[in-house]
Design a protein around this ligand. Sequence first.
Ligand code: KG4
Ligand code: ZN
Length: 336
Amino acid sequence: LRVALLLAIESSCDETAVAIIRGHTGEAAEVVASEISSQIPLHREHGGVVPELASRNHSLHLRGLVEKALSDARVTMEDIDAFAATTGPGLASSLLIGSTAAKGMACAMKRPFLGINHLEGHLLSPFLDRTTVPPHIALIVSGGHTLLLDVTGPGSYRKLGSTRDDAAGEAYDKVGKMLGLPYPGGPEIEKAALGGNPKAYDFPRSMLHEPHLDFSFSGLKTAVLYTLQKETGELPVADLAASFQQAVIEILVKKTLRAARQAGRKQIALSGGVSLNKALRNAFFAAGQSAGVEISVAPPVFCTDNAAMIAFAALLRHLAGESSALDGDIHPNLPL
Ligand code: KG4
Ligand code: ZN
């Protein structure tokens, strides 16, 4: 039995995050600290993420978050067995801040460094309280990605489909903007949709009936735009939000269940910011129940960007004896 304590940094986009995880081979992993400093209010006035602002703020907050994480976990730097950071995909200048800091700590403490793929962090987040990952179909739905994968274990990922244009979260954010809602649009549309009729508008379900497992959300976004351009009076924001959300949910649920059926998997794991959406979760739970497929989701705090998921991915690799070179680069377009 091996026990390991890992510290990880996530700084790929607009959240600066530090987490410490303790794990044992073959036993449960425990997140002993998870700090997040969100830059959302800072970017909100610009209607989206400004890379230069993001990287400046990562460097401003990182040190304080590392100190807070160590004190929350009641450990010192000497107790940490390995240091990890997201090395891609993401904004280059933001990735550099976190990965350089983690490498610096690894170097100073003479411990291994692990560069982690942000998408692998999301992908594994529904299993963060254990150290085993069952075979399953993974759906990663975030602001940057919509990915469907067949997973046979940690590190064994076969891509089944992805978006050909906008990511699901990106579509939420763009439609949110059109409806005059604050950034990010995802949670705002979820709120607005609560008071709306999901059948008020019949928006397109692009690619739903095509045989492949790819997604497309730009046609849906454009359909919302044309519809609201035709509205003369006050915008029916709740109905538009509910009808848009209904289309997204139907596409995601149906394609993911089809993937599970085709691959013969009995488990589906949802991750990424959009998986925080309660209507989406409930639709998956209902569809999973009637298809006899178990649905796993990460706890809400670990759905949007966080360092605990990066620490967990790093822990599995560390326990498997892996590490990364200190002179390795960051990879803004890193695939899974
Ligand atoms: O995973 P994440 O924090 O960052 C990326 O790696 O992209 O995901 C952020 C995305 C944003 O597009 C945001 O609008 C969306 O997740 N999101 C939601 C909800 N909460 C966040 N989308 C729909 N419903 C939500 N409740
Ligand atoms: Zn993310």
